[in-house]
Design a protein. Structure first.
Length: 277
């Protein structure tokens, strides 16, 4: 890039498309020409193990799910994240009662998710499981070359800078959002939410047995439906729809043996939420 001087000749600037432009101008941003986003690690499957749905069940759920992950480690590169679950909800409640701001409550959630990541990484350690930090993402190629199964906590690193929602102070960017942001960052083609439900329903099937299962739906359509409850956090839908690299995510029931393997192979075994054109 060339260097150019101000008209008064006093200061030098690096000449670029952004020089002197307002980065909040909608007209400028809409007309900006830029290169397509690169997929850094498209062959890495990202997978979130649910906190309340899986981790909180302990020995009743985790061992079988981790066995299936281990069985797939030679055929698939997998980056595992963890939810917070019941303990997150408990500390959120205390934080709200004590008047804590959203950023502090988000930090509480990160700590709980981090505990689950440590537990999962420890259980996987005989087969190469390690707990990694968010800043270790650039080390993924080295990890997989060494046969490692990396595990990280799922909360996006907003922490103290978490955005206050329109109502209440519970952070809206939690571990589901963390998985989708991670997938967008590395350009993953396989994005799995491992829960204890088949996928998305018109209502919570645990509360209404008559709720209808939704096998496949677009992110924009799901946003427009404005359902009262969703199986993943609502901001995930906007991230999916706005992403340059995410094509779809799948929500699966990890309690059904073989579902993780089938989903890693590309089979449709739960609910697929896809980016609409």
């Amino acid at each position: 890039m060339a260097l150019v001087r101000d008209k008064d000749g006093k200061r030098l600037h690096v000449k670029s498309k952004l020089m002197g432009e307002s980065l909040v101008s909608k007209t400028f941003i809409d007309g900006l020409d830029f290169a397509p986003q690169q997929r850094l690690y498209p062959d890495v499957a990202v997978m979130k193990i649910g906190g309340q749905s899986i981790c909180d069940r302990g020995v009743k759920a985790l061992p079988d799910i981790l066995k299936e992950i281990v069985a797939n480690r030679k055929n698939h590169k997998m980056l595992i994240t963890t939810g917070g679950g019941t303990r997150s909800r408990h500390i959120y409640t205390i934080g709200l009662e004590m008047g804590m701001p959203t950023g502090v409550i988000a930090r509480f959630g990160s700590m709980i998710s981090d505990q689950n990541a440590l537990m999962v990484a420890t259980l996987l350690s005989p087969w190469g499981g390690i707990k990694m930090s968010h800043s270790d993402i650039v080390k993924l190629p080295t990890y997989f070359a060494e046969g490692i199964i990396p595990v990280m906590h799922g909360m996006p690193p907003y922490d103290y800078f978490a955005i206050k929602p329109p109502k209440g102070r519970i952070p809206i960017h939690r571990t589901d959002v963390g998985l989708v942001i991670l997938a967008d960052l590395i350009g993953s083609r396989r994005i799995l939410f491992v829960k204890d439900e088949k996928g998305l329903y018109t209502e919570d099937p645990k509360k209404n047995p008559e709720a209808e299962f939704i096998p496949r739906i677009g992110a924009r359509e799901l946003l427009e439906r404005d359902q009262d409850d969703l199986v993943i956090e609502r901001p995930c839908l906007e991230i999916i729809q706005n992403s340059e690299v995410i094509e779809e995510v799948q929500i699966i029931n990890g309690m059904v043996p073989g579902n993780i393997t089938k989903a890693l192979e590309g089979a449709h075994v739960g609910t697929i939420i896809y980016k609409e054109d």
